[in-house]
Design a protein around this ligand. Structure first.
Ligand SMILES: [Fe+2]
Ligand SMILES: [Fe+2]
Length: 211
């Protein structure tokens, strides 16, 4: 990839890979369930997918000198969006999900398999994203990336901080330096996650109401 990673590029990439998931009735219902703090499950999975793509770009750039194998970004996006597809509010007590932390990955996987056609990487991303709470470790790099991004986003959402923009800023600087151009990018030019989220949600909401 030789372009700067902008929020526009990332959101377009997510739409291209998973518009069917974003627009589905099941995924739309995630807007009504809260995840951490004031963040809905829908916003959470979109943020996790964004951070996963940023991490994937960093790793691809780093390993491109040693290996031709590239991260499967389409599976990363689809698995990232479905990793918390458990479809209930875990804050409301129910006997069915009293062990939510341990059981929701399995529940998200069975709901996802019911509503979408998943490949092996996507299934592994969903099933293993709660490692180490769920003891089976990720079998693919893509699963490990979503597992890390999920914890990163959970921390940001719980404590109302956004450190992913700093990572994106650093990554853009590395692209600039690698391409031999010393480009100084103001931090204010890198959209914060809440700007990315509101842009994505506006687009999703307008497409949902138009359909
Ligand atoms: Fe989860
Ligand atoms: Fe999550």
């Amino acid at each position: 990839m030789d372009q700067f990673l902008s929020c526009e590029l990332l959101s377009q990439e997510i739409f291209d890979a998973a518009e069917d998931i974003l627009m589905s009735e099941g995924a739309q219902s995630m807007k009504t369930f809260m995840q951490h703090g004031t963040t809905s499950v829908y916003e959470h999975v979109v943020s996790v997918t964004r951070v996963s793509l940023i991490i994937a770009s960093s790793l691809d750039m780093f390993f491109s000198a040693f290996s031709k194998k590239r991260i499967d970004r389409r599976s990363l996006i689809r698995g990232g969006l479905l990793h918390d597809y458990f479809l209930y509010d875990w804050h409301i007590y129910s006997k069915k999900h009293e062990w939510h932390g341990f059981t929701h990955a399995g529940c998200a996987l069975s709901n996802s398999n019911r509503d979408f056609k998943l490949n092996g990487i996507e299934q592994d991303i969903i099933k293993k994203h709660m490692f180490p709470l769920n003891i089976l470790p990720p079998a693919y790099l893509e699963s490990a990336i979503v597992c890390m991004a999920d914890k990163w986003c959970a921390m940001c959402e719980t404590f109302h901080i956004d450190i992913s923009s700093i990572l994106l800023y650093r990554l853009n600087m590395m692209y600039a330096l690698r391409n031999g151009t010393m480009v100084y990018i103001m931090k204010s030019q890198i959209e914060a996650n809440n700007v990315f989220l509101s842009t994505m949600m506006d687009r999703i909401n307008s497409e949902v109401s138009a359909s």
